[in-house]
Write a new protein. Sequence first.
Length: 566
Amino acid sequence: MVADEFTFLVTTDNHLGIYEGSALYQDQLDDSFLAFEEVMGIAKDRQVDAILHGGDMFHQSSPSKETFSRVADILSRSVFGPRKVTFDVESDPSDHFDAVDGLNFQDPNHSVSIPMFAIHGNHDYPNGVDQVSALDIMARGRWLNYMGKVNPVDTIHVKPVLLSKNGVKVALYGLGWLHERKLHELLSTGKVVFHAPPDADEYTSILMVHQNRRARKVRWFLDITFIPHFIDVIIWGHEHDPTCTEGLPERVVHPVTNKTILILQLGSTVATSLTEGEAGPKLTALLTVAARPHPCVKLSVITLHNYRPIVIRQIAIPTGISDDAASAMVRDKLQLMGAGTRGADVNPAFRVPLLRLKVTHDGARLASNYSPIAVELAAEGVLLNPHNAIVKSTKRDGVAGGAGAMVTEDPKLENLVLDRLVGDGSAGQSAMAIIPATVLMEQLETFISARGNLAEMVIQAVKGVTDGLADRMLGLAGGDRAIVAKENVMEADKAGLDARPKRSEEVKADVKEVKVSATAGKRKAPRATPVPRAKRAAVRASKAAALPMLVDEDEEEADDWDKMLL
């Protein structure tokens, strides 16, 4: 840290807690936290002046208690300390921060060494009646300074936080994520006002945003033409593919003012999808700002060690080869992809990579299933994601992967495991010896729909089965009485089935007889008088008397047997 320079650590899109609650991603649960801990460790080791966060610190708008606890622990070991903050704030904090909280490093009850200035993203945006974000909670705990929270109903005023250090002046702007269409409407109608700092030429203006840079499924995005002319640097969150891989910021010429703007798009620190944009190294950066009028901005990009490698490849299965040969090709390709993805200095927690193999074949192999290969290689430590490692693409009209290609996913891992264990649920196909196949399938359905805890699901399933077995053993301990009760129930059921058609025919005959007697001799007779309820009940009682009755000294025990049989 140099006395006449500002040094900021820049990070964005940490997506903390991304894989929490998912049984398929348990091995990746720690990935986001380990990467974030490394980023915060760099800030502490380099003794930066402040941390600038571009949004999506959390993966969910309402993180779990476990996620809050881990993040609070990491930040407590990074932002708090005896070292004094070396810069001053020249603007009014109430323009940006809660009037009660203010800035965390100005609170006499806390010793903050490295302040963090953060905006929210589309994952941790404010919600609920009171529009509370996860960052609001972190700000109340004094771990960070939350800025960029606006009300999109009215005109949005974006004012700078003015920082100064030994003659170096920085104007820091923050605009949290807004729905792309809404932000486009506000910008187009002039309802987003950026306030220039006084003596703007003396300040290096930095803007933190979290929006689309290009059109995707929707046409709305933050066009560079809406960026005010006095902005020098943009820290751009939301885009997960980094553009600063060579250690240099992206330089973009403003189409209206012809001014060169530096864009820092560092991408995410954890993989959230298996795409080419996320397959590269994960980054953080040190942004150094010196006094004007000299070249005042320098960037030092740092590659993280704690990130999981992603390898994406394609393979085409030739027409006419056997299924065994096709499976061998897929296996060899996956083994080659998983070999040597990282050097020897990698954290052992990230040694096993994420693989994505796109398999193209003809329509004759539409039913081919390569998932067992991925499962076996996962057990060997070749890959970490057998459930989505393989994507099949079927050629149409001789074109592979083009506009005429049909893409289908292989069966999911949970379906593959269920098929091996229980088949279709019948007793003949089930490999389950103690837990009935139907019980396992019902519990798994509940678990997937409720995103519950896997261990708790297994415990509940085993407990239910063991309790049922204990009840049966208790009933059999009653000796001959229990066995006789069971036989009587079965005989009663059989007798009831045999007697049911006869009773039905007799009832139909009685009804027909009543109708004939009521209408005899009358062309336009009034509606027949209904059979009295007491008579109908007597008829039913007489018919039921013919059925064998269950005779047992303990009716409650017989009811229990009935429930168990059902």
